[in-house]
Design a protein around this ligand. Structure first.
Ligand code: ASP
Length: 441
C-alpha cells in the first residue's frame, strides 16, 4: 500500500501545524511520499509565504530593497525550525539563496522557494529524504509537463530513498530553469506524484473535512460529502461550490486513483473520497439521494413568444441563439413551452447592452413578444443517486412549494445527475436551506 500525501499551506503555517503533519504521516506507514506547499496564513490577517515572495519580486523589479520582506520570511521559517528542534540552518539557506538573486532572476524561481524551504524542514522533521522537485518534475518549453521523463526520475528517486518529502508547485525546463504551475499548483504536483508512482490513494490534506454538501455561508455546519464522483464534482464546482478543481487532479483521475480530501486539524474525520465511480453505494447515500447543492445568483431570462409557432420554432431558436452568439453571451438553459421558449444567461453579460439586445431580438420577424426578467438564481441539486429514481423532483417541488418559493425555471439533463432550478435572487438562500433540510437528514 502506498499513499501520496499532500499538505496545503494552512497545514504548514507554523510549528504546531508541522507537528500535526508529523503525527498524521507517522500514524500510517503507507504515507511514504509527502508533497508540501509553502507555509500559509496562521490567522486571517497573516501573510502566505508565497505572497511575500511575489512581493520580493516586485521590489526587485522596481529597484526597492526587499530586506524587510525577506526578514519576515526568514523569521517564519526560523521559528518553525527552532520550535520543531531541527538542525537545518534554514536562515543561512535563505540568505545564501537571496544573496544571489538580482533583476535577472526569474519570478518563478523566487516564488517557488517557499515550497523548497518548507520541504527541507519537513524532510528533517519526518526523517524522510528531501527530494527537490527540480530533480524530477520536468516541463517542456511549452509549459506542459513531460510525463515520461518526470515519471522515470521520480520512480528512480523513490526507489533509492523510499520515504521522501518533495516540494509542490514547481519543476524545471530542460535548461534547468525553474517553472511554476498556476497558484495552488501543489495540488497538481501531488496528483502527478501519485499517478507516476501508482499510489493506492492520493490524500490531499487541507483545513476542511472534505467537500461540504452546501455552502457553509448559507447553511450552518453542513454535512460533509463522504463520496463524490468527478462528474458530480464538476457540476458542483461549475455552479460555484469551492472545491478542489478537477483539472488539478486529472492525473489521478486518469490513473483511477481515489482522491481523499482530509482535514489536518481533524485527522479522525474520514473526509471526502473522489472517484470516477463507486461500485457499491452506502446505505446512507442511498437514502439521501443527493450529493450536494450549489448555486449562483444573478441570471436573466428572456422569454420569447410566438403564437402557433409550430415547426418554425427551430428556425426561430436558431436566429435567437445567433444573436446571443454575436453578443458573446453564454447560454445556460433553454426551457421551452408550446408557443414559447426562454433563454437563461448570466446577467453580467448584458449590463450595458440590455436595450440593444432586446431591440435586436424584437426585430426578428417571427416574434410576437419578448420579455426580460432579471434577478434569477440557479440552484443545482446534484446526485448520482438520482438517476432512474422516481420521486426526487416531486420532493424538490414539494419542499419549495411548502415554503412558498416560486420556481421560475426547471431543467434536468438526461444523465439525471443534476436537477437545476431557477428562483428569484431574494429566495435563493431560503431555497438552498429548504432543499438541504429536506434531503440532508
Ligand atoms: N504556494 C503556492 C500558492 O500559494 C502553491 C500552493 O500552495 O499550492 O499558490
Amino acid at each position: 500500500m502506498l499513499k501520496v500525501v499532500k499538505f496545503g499551506g494552512s497545514s504548514l503555517a507554523d510549528s504546531s501545524q508541522f507537528a500535526k503533519v508529523k503525527e498524521i504521516v507517522k500514524y500510517d506507514k503507507a504515507r511514504e511520499v509527502v508533497v508540501v506547499s509553502a507555509p500559509g496564513k496562521r490567522q486571517s490577517d497573516d501573510n502566505k509565504i508565497t505572497d511575500l515572495l511575489y512581493l520580493i519580486h516586485a521590489h526587485i523589479k522596481y529597484g526597492v530593497s526587499f530586506d524587510t520582506v525577506l526578514s519576515m520570511i526568514t523569521d517564519r521559517f526560523t521559528e518553525i525550525q527552532k520550535e520543531c528542534g531541527l538542525k537545518t540552518d534554514i536562515a543561512s539557506v535563505i540568505s545564501d539563496t537571496f544573496s544571489k538573486v538580482d533583476r535577472n532572476t526569474s519570478v518563478d524561481f523566487i516564488v517557488s522557494r517557499g515550497e523548497c524551504f518548507s520541504a527541507m524542514l519537513m524532510a528533517e522533521y519526518l526523517g524522510y529524504e528531501f527530494v527537490d522537485a527540480a530533480d524530477w518534475l520536468c516541463f517542456d518549453y511549452d509549459g506542459k509537463v513531460n510525463a515520461e521523463a518526470s515519471e522515470a526520475k521520480l520512480r528512480e528517486l523513490k526507489g533509492i530513498y523510499g520515504r521522501i518529502v518533495t516540494p509542490g508547485f514547481y519543476g524545471t525546463f530542460p535548461s534547468g530553469e525553474v517553472h511554476v504551475f498556476p497558484r495552488g499548483g501543489s495540488d497538481i504536483t501531488g496528483a502527478l506524484a501519485a499517478a507516476y508512482l501508482g499510489a493506492d490513494v492520493y490524500e490531499n490534506w487541507t483545513d476542511v473535512s472534505g467537500i461540504l454538501m452546501v455552502d457553509p455561508r448559507i447553511v450552518r455546519n453542513p454535512k460533509t460529502i463522504a463520496r463524490v464522483t468527478y462528474d458530480e464534482l464538476r457540476e458542483l464546482s461549475y455552479m460555484g461550490a469551492s472545491v478542489l478543481h478537477e483539472d488539478t487532479v486529472f492525473p489521478v483521475r486518469r490513473a483511477d486513483i481515489p482522491v481523499n480530501i482530509r482535514n489536518t486539524n481533524d485527522p479522525d474525520d474520514p473526509g471526502t473520497i473522489i472517484r470516477e465511480h463507486f461500485d457499491d453505494e452506502l446505505a446512507e447515500e442511498n437514502e439521501r439521494f443527493i450529493t450536494g447543492i450549489a448555486g449562483k445568483r444573478n441570471f436573466s431570462i428572456i422569454n420569447i413568444y410566438k403564437s402557433r409557432i409550430g415547426e418554425a420554432k427551430i428556425g426561430l431558436l436558431r436566429q435567437v441563439l445567433e444573436v446571443f452568439d454575436r453578443y458573446g453571451i453564454p447560454v445556460e438553459q433553454i426551457p421551452s413551452g408550446v408557443d414559447s421558449f426562454s433563454v437563461v444567461f448570466p446577467s453580467e453579460n448584458i449590463k450595458t447592452r440590455k436595450h440593444d439586445l432586446m431591440h435586436e431580438l424584437e426585430a426578428l420577424e417571427d416574434i410576437d413578444s419578448c420579455e426580460l426578467t432579471e434577478g434569477i438564481s440557479l440552484i443545482a441539486i446534484v446526485g448520482r443517486q438520482m438517476a432512474y429514481r422516481s420521486g426526487i423532483s416531486g420532493k424538490i417541488f414539494r419542499a419549495l412549494g411548502d415554503n412558498k418559493v416560486n420556481i421560475r425555471t426547471i431543467e434536468q439533463g438526461a444523465d439525471e445527475i443534476n436537477i437545476m432550478i431557477g428562483v428569484y435572487n431574494e429566495d435563493f438562500d431560503r431555497a438552498v436551506r429548504v432543499l438541504y433540510e429536506s434531503f440532508a437528514r
